[in-house]
Design a protein around this ligand. Sequence first.
Ligand code: ADP
Length: 190
Amino acid sequence: MQLRLEGSVLELVQGDITLQQVDAIVNAANRWLAGGGGVDGAIHRRGGPAIMKETRRRYPEGCPTGRAVITGAGDLPSRFVIHAVGPVWKGGSKGEAALLASAYRCSLEAAVTHECRGIAFPSLSTGAYRYPVIKAARTAVSAVIEFLEERRAPELVRFVLFDEATWRAYAAALTSVTGSGKNRDPYPSG
Ligand code: ADP
């Protein structure tokens, strides 16, 4: 499923983030940049030790929740890994939505600064961090569209959703966010 905006495309695919051939892939990192399971484990496994070596050297303090830092991508097909720290879900009244939106915005900002034409995101916070996927999808899709409308870059933003239920939640969010929009034409393309 795709949404064309002026200067950019937002797309949703089901798949594995570590296989994406785009300039930057986003890691669902933790504050300590310490590695873990889920996306983080997959990225460090496939990317090799160079990535962790670089995070330790450049960001020994880690990264605050709602922010993102960038490294090289080791053996992965992308040029960069952007380590974004989404919030742990604590019921919704602890600023989770603002922190999640901020994690997406900071990642996009890092991608633009490093002249990335394409960036791929996983569904931040909806695994080990337990953020309800329907809510997370709405926040994620809105944050990305807002950024693209304002900045008209990067050229391609791809959400890579691991399982079908997550893909469906993002597809529903995209449809509902764009339903009343102008100059927007979401259409299914596989
Ligand atoms: P968090 O700790 O931010 O919740 P997780 O990595 O635990 O992050 O999970 C985030 C989402 O990423 C979940 O929907 C999970 O199923 C999905 N996921 C896990 N591995 C991959 C992968 N290799 N590519 C894309 N998505 C993945």
